[in-house]
Design a protein around this ligand. Structure first.
Ligand SMILES: Nc1ncnc2c1ncn2[C@@H]1O[C@H](COP(=O)(O)OP(=O)(O)OP(=O)(O)O)[C@@H](O)[C@H]1O
Ligand SMILES: [Mg+2]
Length: 252
């Protein structure tokens, strides 16, 4: 892959197996499994999606609920393996996809910083050097020794964002997480993303806040029901995407 490319996704397809009937217990599941009576329907969550992202680009992904955005981010992060197509990555990825992924809610803030660091592939010394900055950015110093099960979802999001960005990844992936923090913290996150961008980090953002995409991204991918609708510069794609929203509003 060329050196200036950070992410290359080629013609990706992803299917999920959806059970066609309800299974109420593990026992029932096993019985049905052994009798060969478990039936699945294949659900195509993504089909024919391709995107090439250059180093240092900030790309937005937009689409209605269930269109396949998080699925695509999971494929790029290597959490899911696509049924067809290719994914190539150049660099270390910090994926902020699900709230609290990489955390153990029984453990304290301090323990979770090191745990999440090791999930991302960084050792204790590396994390120790960034520990204070992470705690301060997340504004969680008073909660250093508190188990994070006691946190609000905004506090968990702040901790996740602080870790994911202060390790200075080559590629940062942010799925909706910005939406959980309050307005002040969102501003701080945007500033941090801008800093990473000017430092050369490649950023991929999924957000339903279209103004946020317009502010931050240079390029936008629009997917709908797993299909790629448009890929292009932010203004062009966002304008078309907003027109769809208006049409729907008129229908309701
Ligand atoms: N683990 C799974 N098993 C079965 N189906 C799944 C699974 N994860 C997602 N899906 C289905 O795949 C489709 C795409 O889901 P995905 O989470 O990628 O959408 P999304 O664009 O991120 O939506 P949202 O805007 O609501 O976050 C949905 O119809 C969903 O029901
Ligand atoms: Mg999603």
């Amino acid at each position: 892959m060329e050196a200036d490319i950070a992410v290359k996704v080629e013609d990706v397809k992803m299917c999920y197996n959806m059970p066609t009937e309800r299974v109420d217990s593990i026992k029932e599941y096993i019985v049905k499994l052994l009798r060969g009576k478990l039936h699945y329907r294949e659900f195509v969550a993504l089909d024919g999606v391709s995107i090439t992202i250059k180093r240092g680009e900030t790309v937005g992904i937009v689409g209605l609920n269930g269109s396949g955005k998080s699925t695509l981010l999971k494929i790029i992060s290597g959490i899911l393996k696509p049924d067809r197509g290719n994914v190539e990555i150049n660099g270390v990825i910090s994926p902020l996809i699900e709230l609290g992924a990489g955390f153990d809610f029984e453990l304290t803030t301090r323990e979770n910083i090191f745990l999440n660091g090791s999930v991302l592939g960084f050792d204790r010394n590396f994390m120790r050097a960034r520990y204070d900055d992470i705690l301060d950015f997340a504004e969680l110093r008073p909660y250093e020794d508190v188990a994070i099960k006691n946190f609000s979802s905004g506090m968990v999001a702040r901790l996740g964002f602080a870790i994911a960005t202060l390790v200075k990844p080559d590629i940062l992936i942010v799925d909706e997480i910005l939406a959980v923090g309050d307005a002040l913290f969102q501003q701080k996150c945007e500033k941090r993303i801008a800093e990473l961008m000017s430092g050369g980090t490649t950023v991929i953002i999924v957000s339903h806040a279209i103004e946020q995409i317009e502010r931050l991204c240079t390029k936008v991918l629009w997917i709908d029901k797993g299909k790629q609708i448009m890929l292009g510069d932010t203004a062009t794609v966002c304008e078309k995407y907003k027109m769809l929203g208006q049409k729907r509003g008129e229908l309701n």
